[in-house]
Design a protein around this ligand. Sequence first.
Ligand code: ATP
Ligand code: MG
Length: 425
Amino acid sequence: MIPRDQHVVSRKLISPNALKVISRLNSSGYDAFLVGGGVRDILLGGHPKDFDIATNAHPEQVHALFRNSRLIGRRFKLVHILFGREIIEVATFRGGAPEESKHQQQSDQGMLIRDNVYGTLEDDALRRDFTVNALYYSPRDFAVYDFLGAMDDIRKQNLRLIGAPETRYREDPVRMLRALRFKAKLGFSIEQKAEQAIRDHAELIENVAAARLFDEMVKLFVSGAGTEIFEDLVSFGLFDYLFPAVAYTLQNDQMKSFYRGFIIAGLKNTDTRVKADKPVTPAFLYAVLLWPEVERFWHQHMNEGIPEFPALQQAGQKAIQEQLAFISIPKRFSLMMKEIWEFQIRLKKTRGRSPQQLVQHKRFRAAYDFLLLRELAGQDLDGLGDWWTEFQKKHPAPPPSERHQNDPDNKPKRSRRPRNRKPRN
Ligand code: ATP
Ligand code: MG
């Protein structure tokens, strides 16, 4: 137990909503602590992006205390408490079961497919991934609780995995991705044996559900350190299992320097935007990451005699289809990716009225950025990027109210007054 005068965590730095949750749990007779990134980032002088709470109250008991809460997860039951846009995540202390039970199950690969065995605060610390994520703060006594020497790891900027690396990665292979994310984001180094175990067992990542991988990939690429993370994913051998087709192209001597440069330029662009608090969309990054595959199929189809535009459409569809076997991509993002790719042909039309219409399209900006990246990476497009840059200077986009009628982002809001409508068939 580290008393309040020996650490920098204070209530002023914690979300008032998280404090409210802890205080309500405490006054109902439960123990409750701030844990994870919320404590870690404050100790590092940063601003936590969310606040997680650990308690000895069971999920149903937490749910019963907060009207604005919902129970989530099967594999790992949690309670989300909603305060407007802020979500406070409350997890019950986990404990390791001595034998398999219906509350804890493992797959043949040793993966935890259910983990709802509850335990004490000390048990809970041992179930977490890295020591620096297993620090607890109590606003009741203002103390930080450290069972694993994590304060020392914070000082040494050391990511130490709790327990035997191989076992912990087998239980949940996403921990390998989390290791790379924290390494890049916090500037920490991963302890040697935990690092080696990623290289030795990268293939375990194949066991993770495609939908969960999508969420994790988004966290990696919008962390503001996407470039470093990409390099690490490649060098640790994880990229081969996440984007196998792209990884293959990146090994091709003729193509690797262009595509590597292109992907890195795209990631740098995103990192810069994240650091400047500008919005980023996973669709743009996925459009960048899959472009080597799109171009490969595109050229194939054109060689088969299919005209340029349908060849590109089919290539886009095929590249997405191929990738979906590994990481899912929600429909709204794949639609956006296809538009960005198809725009690479449409942007070649620089005559007539077409350019005026194109700049007003809701996907123009992303498609134009994509075009610039291709040129930046060394593709010779006959100065097309500059042409569009100049065109926009001469023809600034009209304010949104005067935008093109066909722009779906700009449809006038439907009036609330019910209209007479023909009944639908
Ligand atoms: P950030 O929120 O900045 O991404 P975080 O460490 O808070 O980082 P969360 O995903 O919010 O990460 O998880 C909260 C805490 O839950 C972690 O700090 C860790 O203690 C625990 N945790 C999360 N994912 C895992 C996992 N896969 N295995 C073990 N413990 C985990
Ligand atoms: Mg967190």
